[in-house]
Ligand binder design. Structure first.
Ligand SMILES: CC[C@H](C(=O)O)C(=O)SCCNC(=O)CCNC(=O)[C@H](O)C(C)(C)COP(=O)(O)OP(=O)(O)OC[C@H]1O[C@@H](n2cnc3c(N)ncnc32)[C@H](O)[C@@H]1OP(=O)(O)O
Ligand SMILES: [Co+2]
Length: 137
């Protein structure tokens, strides 16, 4: 894990939360992106070298919809930047963590992503992110 890539925050209304986080951070979202496969609409903010990802559910069966029903708005996951997501997944499996996907999948912000089950990671939903380089697109 090279660094924290972003903090994911579950929100009910991304437009309203964009305004709130723009007021909080002092700058607007630098991108919005829908990830249909995850049932989410996201917006990204920079805070110095760090990123905040707001996530709104776009379907009733979205993981974000279920999370909001159960826990309400708030910090949803911590994403880490990794150099080699397949190697990191193998290392974590070997170390006894439960991966939520067999293979990496396409995430937002030009990343390959995978998730670690929070029940095996101290109650924290962990996301692994590997930057997709131009020639790989
Ligand atoms: C990919 C686009 C974008 C990106 O950055 O690129 C994203 O970040 S997308 C983010 C949304 N997608 C995901 O979260 C995918 C991974 N998540 C899942 O597969 C599920 O949400 C899962 C398995 C974590 C939970 O789903 P489940 O149906 O099992 O829901 P439960 O409510 O029954 O949860 C079981 C158990 O886990 C606890 N839980 C659930 N979510 C979280 C969380 N975010 N953080 C911590 N703990 C969580 C939940 O409370 C249950 O525990 P219990 O003690 O039984 O209450
Ligand atoms: Co994320």
């Amino acid at each position: 894990m090279r660094k924290i890539e972003h903090i994911g925050i579950a929100v009910k209304d991304i437009e309203a939360s964009n305004a709130l986080f723009e007021a909080l951070l002092g700058s607007p979202a630098y991108k919005m992106e829908e990830v249909a496969s995850e049932g989410v609409r996201t917006s990204f903010f920079k805070s110095g070298p760090n990123k905040i990802e707001l996530l709104e559910a776009t379907s009733a069966d979205s993981p974000i919809a279920k999370y909001l029903d159960k826990k309400g708005e708030g910090i949803h996951h911590i994403a880490f930047d990794v150099a080699d997501i397949e190697a990191e997944m193998a290392r974590l499996r070997e170390a006894g963590f439960t991966l939520l996907n067999e293979v990496p999948k396409r995430g937002a912000d030009n990343k390959l992503v995978a998730f670690v089950h929070p029940k095996t990671a101290g109650g924290v939903l962990v996301e692994l992110c590997q930057e997709i380089l131009e020639e790989e697109n």
